[in-house]
Structure formats: C-alpha cells, structure tokens
Design a protein around this ligand. Structure first.
Ligand code: FAD
Length: 458
C-alpha cells in the first residue's frame, strides 16, 4: 500500500484533501507557488480594515467544514453572518429593491412586475427539456420562470456566484441541483418542497438554507490553520514547470529560489488551476492539455472601499446588492462587508467589496484602469448616496479568476474521469471540478481523498 503523495497547490482544495490524507497516515508533501497558503482565499489588513480579496464568506453546505475547523482548533474563530446578511438587494431602474424571501414578500415586492409574478405561478405546469448539459442557465430559467425573472434575479445571481455569463453557463454543469429539481421532481417549486425532506436525511444543507460563515480574522484563517499541520512539508515559493510520467509514478519539476528542483513520487494530486496545469503537463498529453485550456477563467477586479459610516446616505441593512446586466453599470455588485461580519472596519467606518468585470464584461480591463475605478466609485456613490471620497481604496486584479462551467463542460468532466482511470495515481482536483464554492471544494476534498484511498488500497 502506497501512502506517499505530492499535492500541487495549497489552496483550499489541496489543503482540505491533505488534511484527510494526513489523518489517514499518508505522508503528504505540497508545492505552492506563493509564499503563503490559501490561493484564492486571501485576507490582508490595512489601516484597521480587514480585506478579503477572494471569498468574503462561505456557505456551510457540509458538516465537513466545521469538522476540519474543529480538527485544526479554530472552531471558536468561526463566525456566522448576522441577521442582516439575509437581506439582499437587486438594482432595478437605479434603485435597490430587497430580494423577496417569502411568498407574501414576493407578492408585495416592486422588484418584479405583476406580469412576472403571474408568470412564476405557471412554473409547476411547465414540462421538462431534453437539452441536458447543452442548455444554458438563461434558456432554462427563461423557459421555466420567464424573461423578467432571468433578467432581474438569475442574471445578477450568476454574476454573484460565477462572475459568469448566463447565456454560456451550462445549467446542468454549473447549477446541478437546480437542474435536478426539474429532472427528479418535474419543476423548481415542486422540487424545493420535496427536496427539503431528502436533504434532512443526508445532513447536507441547501445553498438557500446553509449558514454563511467566515472567521473573525477573515477567510484566510482557514487555509492557514490547515497548513500549520504541514509545516516543513509545504514547500512555498515553488513554481511547478513540468510534470511527466516515470516508470513508478510521476516526476515534478519546479523553480524554487532560482533553482530547478525535482520530486519523484508514486501518487500525485494536482489542485492548481486548469489553465496552469495545461501549460506544465508533458506534451504527450495533448488531449488533457486541450480540455484544460478550454476552461475559461474570466478576469475579475475586487475593489475594496472604506468610508466614514456617517458618509453613507442609505441604511446599511443587508448583505449588499447585485446589478443585472440591463442596468448597464461598470460593476457587478457590492458586498457590505462590515455589515455582515464584525471586525471588517474600525469603529465608525464602513467597508464595501465591489466586483468588476467577470465573463459579463472582460473588455472593461482593456482601457485605463484608474478611469475605470473612478467610474465604478462614482456609480457606487450614487446608488449608496455617499457624500465623501473613500478613506481607503485598494484593489486586486485576478487575471484568471473563476473557472466557468460553460456549455460543453461535460466533455471536460468526462475526459478528466477517463484520464484518472487511464493514469492510475494521477488525480485531478481544484475548483474546475466538482464546484467552485468553498463549500463545494471542501465536499470534493472528501471525494478525492476516497478515490486516492481506494487506489492505494488496491
Ligand atoms: C474574487 C473571488 C471571489 C470569490 N468569492 C467566493 C465566495 O464569496 N464564496 C465562495 O464560496 N467562493 C468564492 N470564490 C471561489 C473560491 O474562493 C475558490 O473557488 C476556491 O477558493 C478555490 O480553491 P482551489 O484550492 O481549488 O484553487 P486556488 O485557491 O486557486 O488554489 C490553487 C493554488 O495553486 C497555486 N498554483 C498555481 N500555479 C502554480 C504553480 N505553477 N506551481 C505551484 N502552485 C501553483 C496557487 O498559488 C494557489 O494557491 C471566489 C473566488 C474568487 C477568485
């Protein structure tokens, strides 16, 4: 039984899998390009503000999240969004409207017209489509719920989750649970009622009811605490440049401090982004390269703004807002970071995290970045009725931010499965497989751990 494994990438996917493997007695080595763990989970502090440049929170969709937090002794640092975090806004005609969360609120809401509300009532009577993986989330929602629901609920929702384009994302690959409601129960409304029972039995939480969590000192607390157990066996500042097969396993070359080092290993788990893996895998693996490089990662800029609280003209009573494409703004939405969790801004200040670009508007980054940022701040100030300039402004540009599970993704998914079967000992993971959310990456870490265990027990 072989228990020596090399993991490429110390983001949450790599670290969570490493955690289960270590508990099972595996000898784990990890290579990470940056000088710290976490990948997309990246928190910094600046002048008393706590800034998450990647995920600002996660949804506790699996008990595995708390299990890891307990194992690494940080369960007391885990915090949940306060009540206000449940209230989300959507911009329509320049005004923020609360997203209704109950049938009476939906009936009263001004976010949707009466026509759209009647259209929603028809949903249970609409039949299934045979398009499966080749149906976009736009087509699916338009057919089941109507154009207005697509424009003012799903379009902004998709940019909030994937920074994605609803016309391109495959409903079955990107939103499998939503698709399943139609497949299994014949409709979304019927499925939501009946599906709740099933989830209770499996102890999994739906994304609608799962609690939103973070850590008192930001999301990076989590990968940092997991990584602590691997001190000495995570080799930081190591940029992998080539992976090849050997007679007994795999050979991985990497640059570290100006030197080119090599590790030979029987078991290999890659969690580095698909677009990076495609460039370091040996040339003989042309088909794998093609599938990996085909997965689109759009650019996203995260803009963090700090203000005097008194400068904000509207009440801060929610999670933040999303902006539908039809509203034609230069940003996708804003999270009211200091409202949801404590410790995000100094006393008397408010903090906001804005998202710009994504698959909806990658062209925005072709021009002058300073001009773009000032336009975004100007639009944000109008929506929020802000009377001052920000006291703090900082941004992170993610050139390739989030993998898109676009139409055609199923071919990549099937290929990755075949690749693992044909290359025993080489495992592919990371957020381009099994879901992009922090919760999905952690759920998937357990799936990957079990695949590795099954092979090493053979
Ligand atoms: C801006 C943004 C906002 C997000 N918001 C949310 C949110 O609110 N909620 C949520 O649930 N999810 C959110 N996500 C998604 C989620 O954070 C990510 O999908 C998840 O953290 C990815 O983890 P990962 O380990 O799969 O990949 P990564 O975190 O990308 O880790 C991969 C690691 O590989 C390393 N690496 C890359 N190339 C090399 C190389 N050549 N050699 C060695 N190492 C290399 C990287 O440095 C990195 O550490 C967000 C993502 C982004 C970018």
């Amino acid at each position: 039984m072989n228990k020596k494994i090399l993991i490429l990438g110390a983001g949450i996917s790599g670290l969570a899998t490493a955690h289960w493997l270590k508990k099972d007695g595996y000898e784990v080595t990890m290579l990470e390009a940056k000088g710290k763990p976490g990948g997309a989970m990246d928190t910094i502090e600046d002048r008393g503000f706590l800034i998450d440049f990647g995920p600002n929170s996660g949804l506790e969709t699996t008990p595995l999240i708390r299990k890891i937090a307990e194992d690494v002794g940080i369960e007391d640092q885990m915090i949940y969004a306060n009540e206000e975090g449940n209230k989300r806004y959507i911009l329509r005609d320049g005004k923020l409207h609360a997203l209704p969360t109950s049938p009476p609120a939906f009936i009263k809401s001004k976010l949707f017209t009466t026509k759209a509300k009647f259209r929603l009532a028809a949903e249970p009577f609409i039949g299934k489509s045979q398009d499966g993986y080749y149906q976009s989330i736009s087509e699916f929602v338009k057919r089941r719920l109507g154009q207005e629901f697509l424009d003012y609920a799903i379009n902004p929702f998709v940019s909030g989750v994937f920074a994605g384009d609803p016309d391109k994302l495959s409903v079955k690959s990107a939103f499998p649970k939503l698709y399943r409601l139609e497949e299994v129960y014949g409709g979304l409304i019927k499925g939501m009622i009946k599906g709740a029972k099933e989830r209770k039995q499996s102890k999994e939480e739906s994304k609608q009811s799962a609690k939103m969590f973070s850590f008192i000192n930001g999301m990076q607390t989590f990968p940092e605490a997991i990584a602590k157990q691997f001190e000495g066996s995570i080799i930081y500042d190591s940029v992998i440049n080539k992976i090849s097969k050997t007679e007994n396993g795999f050979k991985v070359s990497y640059f570290n401090g100006g030197n080119n080092e090599v590790i030979e290993i029987p078991l290999l788990l890659s969690t580095i982004p698909a677009h990076v893996l495609s460039t370091v895998i040996e040339e003989e693996e042309a088909e794998l390269r093609r599938h990996l490089e085909d997965i689109y990662y759009p650019p996203v800029m995260v803009l963090f703004l700090g203000y005097h609280e008194k400068a904000i003209g509207r009440p801060l009573d929610g999670f933040g807002y999303l902006i539908p494409s039809l509203e034609e703004r230069k940003f996708l939405g804003a999270i009211w970071s200091s409202v949801i969790f404590p410790n995000r801004a100094p006393e008397g200040y408010a903090a906001f995290t804005l998202f710009v670009g994504g698959a909806r508007a990658p062209q925005l980054f072709a021009g002058d970045q300073e001009k773009l940022i000032s336009e975004v701040i100007d639009q944000f100030s109008r929506i929020m009725d802000v009377k001052e300039e920000p006291v703090l402004r900082t941004q992170r540009f993610w050139k390739k931010a989030i993998p898109q599970y676009n139409i055609g993704y199923v071919e990549h998914e099937n290929f990755f499965e075949r690749f693992e079967q044909n290359n025993p000992g080489f495992f592919l993971s990371g957020n381009y497989r099994g879901g992009i959310s922090v919760g999905d990456c952690i759920k998937n870490s357990d799936v990957v751990y079990n695949r590795i265990k099954k092979l090493s027990n053979r």
